[in-house]
Design a protein around this ligand. Structure first.
Ligand SMILES: Nc1ncnc2c1ncn2[C@@H]1O[C@H](COP(=O)(O)OP(=O)(O)O)[C@@H](O)[C@H]1O
Ligand SMILES: N[C@@H](CCC(=O)OP(=O)(O)O)C(=O)O
Length: 475
């Protein structure tokens, strides 16, 4: 049976950079580029593919609206221009897609939304009620839009993004979005047709790289230090970082020109042809892989062992919001596979910074003094369920084994009495995980047996304070 070169329907994220949306000098929208993108997306949809568009351009469109010559330097200036431009940008997309009867939906994200909201969903942790709550908000909205036949148009919510929660560039945002929704392809459409050995705008002898199988190897072969248009953010460097994130999650990543968006079809076709069975299995009419022309592009091949579990994702990709300080016993236990990467409150000796439940946190230990980790002897050593002074169990005790006699106030007093305050200088990171409770709650129950959680917090969704921990530095 002849196989379609388009292959089975797939999920495609297309990212369009500012340099492809507005004119570098006049800042006028590049209507012909935008119209071709709209036609391509609608055609892809009619072939059964699901398409998410990540559109930069809010600041660029804002510049044109306010008749300003250049991007402001200040964060607040950029935030204001994004607020001015985003509405017009989405109106423009809605207008163009509307002519072809294609509904769109605007999705504005910050890094905080992604780390809190989406990751439980991405790696199938919906059984976990804490992440389940979060996932309902954002990724499920994108999935719902896709299943309704809508094209989600994603951008960073620049106006509310402060540096701690900022992606900063839409290349990274598109990579995380494509990982989140398990996309098959991420297309980074830009004003050059691929990655070159050096910036082709500056160096005419630069050669295009066709395929990248190892991102670390390619870094030494290309120069990405010069930026492109004055409007884009990050140039090729952020595209390589994006490719690293996306291919690490199993997404084939392609850099190609926004001037020929219809090439998305022929690029998918070309790569499908490479996956076709050997020539003797071909049906009449199928062409051999080599007979298809190769549209100009750079392909980053997906990792053969994509990160499939939340632990790896947490440790590599998420921006940690604070730290949970653990004792050496907990460090030892967490380093063993059997621990399941889950930390009980009994093993916690402190908290640094503020974070919400569901956010990524650093798992840290007290900095070794003269090569030895100083065991923290604080409230925990005298607390119920701490059998050995200076050491806290990481095993949950049964309720009957705990000191149910202590009143809530007595527990709180004891907790406050000797709790040591840590700063980032006092600690060293040994791993990362996802918090099940916020920083204030973890600090309240640190050193206590997990059976005290309901009494201390008024509820206990999980007996573990941090989960999905990967320890990168064992004791
Ligand atoms: N090694 C390289 N290969 C290709 N382009 C490069 C390279 N190094 C720097 N660039 C520049 O990166 C620019 C694309 O990045 P950018 O301006 O941020 O685009 P976008 O707005 O589409 O994200 C190109 O215009 C090019 O000038
Ligand atoms: N979120 C910003 C774009 C940031 C960005 O990464 O821009 P680009 O490098 O052009 O993709 C905006 O809408 O103006």
């Amino acid at each position: 049976m002849a196989r379609s070169r388009q292959g089975p329907p797939c999920t495609i994220v297309i990212k369009l950079g500012t340099s492809s949306i507005v004119h570098e000098k006049t800042h006028q929208p590049l209507l012909s580029v935008l119209s071709s993108i709209v036609e391509t997306v609608v055609n892809l949809r009619s072939e059964g593919h699901k398409v998410v568009l990540v559109s930069s351009g809010a600041i660029g469109v804002g510049l044109q609206r306010m008749n300003l010559p250049a991007k402001p330097k200040s964060v607040s200036g950029k935030q204001a221009l994004a607020a001015i431009g985003q509405g017009r940008l989405i109106a423009l997309w809605d207008d163009l897609f509307g002519h072809l009867g294609q509904p769109i939906g605007q999705v504005l994200l910050t890094r905080g939304d992604i780390s809190d909201v989406c990751l439980g969903y991405i790696y199938g942790l919906w059984q976990n009620s804490l992440t389940c709550f979060a996932l309902l908000v954002s990724v499920s909205a994108i999935s719902e839009l896709l299943s309704m036949g809508v094209v989600p148009i994603v951008n960073e919510n620049d106006t509310v993004s402060v540096s701690e929660i900022k992606f900063g560039d839409n290349d990274t945002l598109s990579a995380i979005t494509s990982s989140m929704i398990h996309a098959d392809y991420l297309f980074l459409l830009t004003d050059v047709d691929g990655l070159y050995t050096a910036n082709p705008r500056k160096d005419p002898s630069a050669k295009q790289i066709e395929e990248v199988t190892s991102i670390s190897a390619i870094r030494s072969q290309v120069s990405t230090t010069t930026l492109g248009s004055s409007l884009g953010t990050g140039g090729m460097e952020t595209k390589i970082i994006a490719a690293e994130i996306a291919t690490g999650a199993g997404v084939t990543t392609i850099i190609t020109s926004s001037k020929r968006p219809e090439n998305v079809f022929s690029i998918i076709e070309y790569h499908n042809s490479l996956k076709m069975p050997s020539p003797q299995d071909h049906s009449p009419g199928d062409e051999s892989p080599s007979s298809l022309p190769r549209p100009p592009h750079t392909v980053f091949t997906p990792s053969p062992t994509p990160m499939k579990d939340l632990k790896s994702w947490t440790s590599h990709t998420l921006h940690p919001s604070g730290s949970v300080v653990i004792d050496s016993g907990a460090h030892r236990v967490l380093s063993k596979r059997e621990s399941g990467g889950r930390l009980l409150s009994a093993g916690v000796v402190g908290v640094v910074g503020a974070f919400a439940s569901g956010q990524a946190v650093r798992v840290v230990i007290r900095k070794p003094v003269n090569g030895t980790v100083v065991e923290v002897a604080s409230a925990h050593s005298t607390r119920p369920n701490s059998p050995i002074p200076g050491h806290v169990s990481t095993k949950p005790l049964s309720r009957s084994g705990s000191s149910g006699d202590l009143s809530r106030d007595e527990l709180r007093n004891e907790n406050n009495a000797e709790t040591e305050q840590f700063t980032d200088e006092d600690v060293v990171e040994v791993g990362r995980g996802l918090a099940n409770y916020n920083s204030a709650q973890i600090s309240k129950v640190q050193g206590l047996n997990s059976s005290f959680l309901p009494q201390m917090l008024g509820y206990a969704d999980s007996e573990y304070v941090v989960e999905n921990i990967t320890i990168r530095t064992p004791p």
